[in-house]
Design a protein around this ligand. Structure first.
Ligand code: FMN
Length: 225
């Protein structure tokens, strides 16, 4: 890799990252999540809607931190998380495809719940490609960021056999609903996108052979239709 390429793509990320020893996969510690919104769970459930049109405004890193914590954050001393998991097997992981997040270089990041951090996987803008892989859906292209829910079935099937696959799908629904309700509480919008090519999304996100994308959730500030 040339020095010019390295400077262009990785130096800005390094400047805002906590260096973990791998210059190509810098780790960014997330800030304190956005504070309690004061919206009740009843109000969030009552007003939640799928939102597909977003303002061009960016999302703050504190808002993103709150969304990620609500999706898969650790909420107990035993390592249990914000969403329930069959046998506490935790087969899901969360990726963020960021294009307009304050203080975060555009790129694909893995959320690490244990220390509330993001690890860079690929730098650059991928929402055009992602939208194409999602049958051209414009809500994916025109959002500041997309949260992807990724499954590793074997983590749960190794305990529950084939039934484990169903459990993993159930669990993804819990995580997705948490993201929906947290978006509503923060005044943000999202939509659960399930119509996409598994292969195309896996390639863009650099997924391993044993990982499957289950949901894409574009997030942004809602624009009234
Ligand atoms: C499994 C699943 C897959 C979905 N896939 C898409 C999708 O690919 N694109 C989209 O715009 N909405 C998608 N949706 C959102 C639904 O269209 C939406 O929930 C439905 O129209 C009801 O609207 P509401 O969420 O505002 O109540 C999906 C929802 C679910 C549960």
């Amino acid at each position: 890799m040339s020095a010019v390429f390295t400077r262009m793509f990785f130096l800005p990320a390094l400047l805002i990252s906590v260096y973990t020893g791998n210059p190509y996969h810098p780790t960014i510690l997330l800030p304190e999540p956005a504070p309690d919104s004061g919206i009740s769970v009843e109000e969030a459930i009552e007003t939640r809607r799928s939102i597909r049109t977003f303002a061009s405004e960016s999302i703050s890193l504190a808002e993103l931190a709150r969304l990620l914590h609500s999706a898969q954050g650790i909420t107990s001393d035993y390592g249990f998380r914000a969403a329930p998991s069959a046998g506490a097997t935790f087969p899901l992981s969360i990726l963020v495809i960021a294009e307009k997040v304050d203080s975060l270089e555009a790129g694909i990041y893995a959320y690490e719940p244990s220390n509330e951090s993001l690890t860079a996987i690929r730098m650059g803008c991928f929402l055009d490609e992602l939208s194409e892989a999602a049958l051209g859906q414009t809500c994916v292209r025109n959002s500041p960021l997309v949260i992807a829910i990724i499954a590793e079935y074997s983590i749960t099937t190794s305990v529950y056999g084939n039934r484990g696959r169903t459990y993993v799908h159930m669990e993804a629904g819990h995580v997705s609903q948490n993201i929906y309700l947290q978006c509503t509480a923060l005044g943000l919008g999202t939509v659960a996108v399930g119509a996409f090519s598994d292969n195309a999304i896996s390639e863009i996100l650099n997924l391993a052979e044993n990982e499957t994308p289950l949901y894409l959730m574009p997030v942004g500030r809602p624009v009234e239709p």
